[in-house]
Design a protein around this ligand. Sequence first.
Ligand SMILES: Cc1cc2nc3c(=O)[nH]c(=O)nc-3n(C[C@H](O)[C@H](O)[C@H](O)COP(=O)(O)O)c2cc1C
Length: 407
Amino acid sequence: MRIIRMLMKKYHYMYLNLIGVRVIQVFVVIQVQMAVNNADDDFCSEPPQTHPQSLTPNNHMTPEKAWAHWTSLGSPKLIVAPMVDNSELPFRLLCRKYGATAAYTPMLHSRIFTENEKYRSQEFTTCQEDRPLFVQFCANDPDTLLEAARRVEDYCDYVDINLGCPQRIAKRGNYGAFLMDKLPLVKSLVEKLAQNLNVPVSCKIRLFPDLEDTLKYAKMLQDAGCALLAVHGRTRDEKDGKKIRANWKAIRAVKNALQIPVLANGNIRHMDDVKQCLEETGADGVLSAETLLENPALFAGFRTVEWVSDSEDGNQDGKLDQAELALEYLKLCEKYPVPWRMIRAHLHKMLGEWFRIHPHVRDDFNSQHILSFEFLYDMVNRLRDLGVSRPLYVKNTCLDDMSPNRV
Ligand SMILES: Cc1cc2nc3c(=O)[nH]c(=O)nc-3n(C[C@H](O)[C@H](O)[C@H](O)COP(=O)(O)O)c2cc1C
């Protein structure tokens, strides 16, 4: 800590003469992180938590150990899905405040992560409150994946392998869902981590068009040492999550076929979906992505007006709106700096409906090539002053019997 304080002083004064205050803040954080990384390979200014259930390398993963680990984390059921450029630290913390009981980082590229210190310090930040945490990598080389994973294993509860990305970039890069055509390679990735890491390995997959293929795939992952499987209930070709419903029946079949914890992903838009999904799939938890971007308070029972039906009793004005959430998010970004592109993307998602009512405010936002917190706070307050009122609603959906650690 003394080294950090000295560095902060030194760099603070040096940069003060050169650049503006915001730039200083970002550089100081990066420099401090680099200093800490060099000193003890750390990613946050707090000492890492050592997990009581951490494994000894070369221990074979068994379903019993997989469950012991999951239970030691409080069996989290309400989980922020991995999202490139979107499930970064401030957003995870916001979702945790509003009910999420675990979260994934965005997918990190294992090769770049091992090679590039700037990439590491910008794309992976965490802090003590950011647990339980899954750190997700894409990879196609077991040794590189292990090298990347070793750098984060002290700061997370699972190292996750992305086996579900269906985008063109994943096809070109030979990772994500395109590894479904190379199952021996997938097996070697999982085995490498399972046999050498101190934390358990998890995987996130998509479905094969044929259920039997999916079940064989899931069992192969479990046998290779995967300790938790998240199943996105769509195939590699079913890219449009808004149009194509996730196949919860297939997730149920995977859950029934495996002995390790299984998480369900797809079509979680409000807490009634959570309840129904847990019942229909038998899964041990759910992941939500798209809807959380619009409504980070989903897991605390809040829903946008889109999911409020007049014929249904029990929906009330939750005395919270997306502008309030956006302001909370901005405060977290001031505390835990992230690239502006992430902040921009989140504000577009959270305030999308507000911008539709006042497009000139969005045009103004889009025309700002250089952002500042002052501008962003003003923008949110301006939307409020324009009299937009889009409350989030609450409905008391009882998950008592299935969610012991719900906040
Ligand atoms: C902006 C965005 C980025 C995403 N990035 C990742 C990623 O990094 N890794 C991953 O496994 N899935 C990623 N996904 C997929 C989601 O994790 C999730 O599987 C998918 O959106 C389905 O969940 P949903 O129906 O709740 O949106 C991303 C999705 C979105 C919307």
